[in-house]
Design a protein around this ligand. Structure first.
Ligand code: UDP
Ligand code: MG
Length: 237
């Protein structure tokens, strides 16, 4: 597989039961693509996720598995995947089956006209508390970062890789990638995607780490946006 064109990047922290189902669904959706790879990043799982992934690699040779030394968080796991990705197009999704691989081709078809396509979970299959906190988070986030994105938290996204290479990531920043890429001139498109309840395992976030950590991040994003260099050279002699 030398000429990979699409790389799926999937962070994994303790998702052992979901992985075989997820991979079967990806295999189905990607049947028409010849040169894709699936990069799973094991973020220091303490369950059998890593063993499961290595087992799945036997059955699906397109799989690549990266193991982080210790749990480093979702942004780090995604960064490790981005750096290894060989495709010109990178797709990110969660490992817990909440994102639906059946949406992948829909996202890909928008990349002719756009640089980044982000999923918008119009009907969230989450608890009431989570839906509310997410709604508040989106409102606050859009307000502070002077942005207008319906669903920043959806991991299901497709990117042209050239944009990923332009931005340095920091912890928590996976939530702000569309804003950071817009600053780099990316054309961003939002597309409705399916969302499913978590079938196995537990969410890795709670209200405290989701809301409060990101307020700190918001100020950084706002600062970057305000302090962005926007000059144009008019002439050179
Ligand atoms: N994840 C990770 N490291 C972490 C937290 C989460 O790799 O420290 C992965 C997790 O396994 C999942 C994705 O990131 O594939 C999103 O996590 P989760 O589903 O718990 O988030 P939620 O859907 O509850 O927002
Ligand atoms: Mg989830």
């Amino acid at each position: 597989m030398d000429d990979v064109d699409i790389s799926l990047v999937i962070p994994v922290y303790n998702e052992e039961e979901s992985l075989p189902v997820l991979m079967a669904e990806i295999d189905d959706e990607m049947a028409l693509h010849k040169n894709y790879e699936v990069i799973f990043i094991d973020d220091g799982s303490s369950d059998r996720s890593l063993k499961t992934l290595i087992g799945l690699k036997e059955k699906y040779p397109r799989i690549r598995v990266i193991k982080l030394r210790s749990r480093s968080g979702q942004t780090s796991a995604m960064d490790a995947g981005f750096r290894r990705a060989r495709g010109n197009v990178v797709i990110t999704m969660d490992a817990d089956l909440q994102n639906d691989p059946a949406d992948i081709n829909k996202l890909l078809s928008e990349l002719d006209e756009y640089d980044i396509v982000i999923g918008w979970r119009a009907d969230r299959e989450d608890t009431w508390v989570k839906r509310m906190s997410s709604r508040i988070a989106n409102l606050v986030r859009n307000r502070i970062t002077e942005e207008d994105i319906k669903d920043v938290g959806c991991t299901l996204k497709a990117y042209k890789r050239e944009f990923l290479e332009r931005v340095k990531l920091y912890n928590g920043m996976h939530r702000f990638l569309p804003t950071l890429f817009k600053m780099e001139g990316a054309r961003v498109r939002e597309v409705k995607v399916n969302h499913r309840p978590r079938r196995y395992g537990k969410s890795k976030y709670n209200i405290r780490n989701r809301l409060f950590n990101s307020i700190y991040d918001l100020l950084a994003v706002r600062w970057m946006k305000r302090r962005r260099l926007t000059y144009e050279i008019e002439e050179e002699f």
